[in-house]
Design a protein around this ligand. Sequence first.
Ligand code: ZN
Length: 375
Amino acid sequence: MKTIRPRRKTARRRRAPAVPEPPPAAVLTTLPDTWRPFVGRWFEGEGCEVRSAARGDWEIELTPDLKKRWRRQRVRLVFDPLRATLPRGAWFTAPGSGAGRRVLDLALERPLVTQRTALAQVPGAPESGIASVCRVRGLTWGPARLGPVRYERRIAFHAIVTRWGGLPTQEPWIIMLDAEGRLIEAVNGRRFEDVRTREGLYQIAEAPDDATLSLWMDAARAHFDALMDEREREWESSVGRLRDDELERLGAFFSARIEEEEERQRRRTHASDEADLGHGDATSLKLEWERRSAEVRHRWSLRTEIRLWGIEEWSWPVADIDQELRAGAVHVRLHSLVDVARGLPALPNCPSCGVTAEMLVRRHGHVACVQCARD
Ligand SMILES: [Zn+2]
């Protein structure tokens, strides 16, 4: 029996055309593959019209804003690094070229804005309900009752924090606020790792008004400031020791040199009267010590920069949860909120003082947190 093999689908090499073609697209791979799509998306995102032009160039019709900024109507972008000459007024566009830097600087100026929905987990909360996050002593939990899932608006600010001084470091941070600007969480990272998402804003139709936007921005600034104060204190305790060590070594070095110099001066005074020079040397050593110490302090002095690079508007699934705590005749109903995207109930409030409690105990026939029970 004859077997028919499917023809290989590899394209046969085309014959060389009579007229030499412009350099193939392969030469463009000397630029990072992500660069050209980034530039295209960025210009389109800004509202510009991007058209293909000859030899792989792009012709960009600028927005009124960019027209004013760059003082031109349109711009031709050349991506081919091997092109010997550029068309008149065209920009060679690589990450480090003048045009590339113009685009990157502008792209960094304004944060990206996206809308996302966190997907609900099924079931929305663990079987044990609030008991999964709060321990009890002398009490037993009744069954948990989970309410219907609803979606609430949240807003997340993504920033890169750079700390200069001594050992410069960078950290990505996200802070998430509720619709009233209250802090829900601060995460040291680039994304919420434990949440599945999709694009778009589920069940939230109306756009926030200007007052809400400025409330969020003010709240975000305040929360970032508080967060950075805390991080700077941690930095001070972990890195401040290195600075003090360096100052100490400098001090030991210069005090030894000054001592030597003064000793030499004393011997000279005995021998002859040319003491002034020796005294002058000790003084200049002290001045040098001061100068070097100031240098060290300056090098280690802390400076924090925060660059906001992204804002995410979220639709986040939450649900109410109710559960009874029992001890003999005592029945207390506890309420909490479940983060349904993570399937995690929040800590309940102490029925006596109202503060969030990790543990609840029985006290004089009431339910109380450890703090209340101690008082
Ligand atoms: Zn309490």
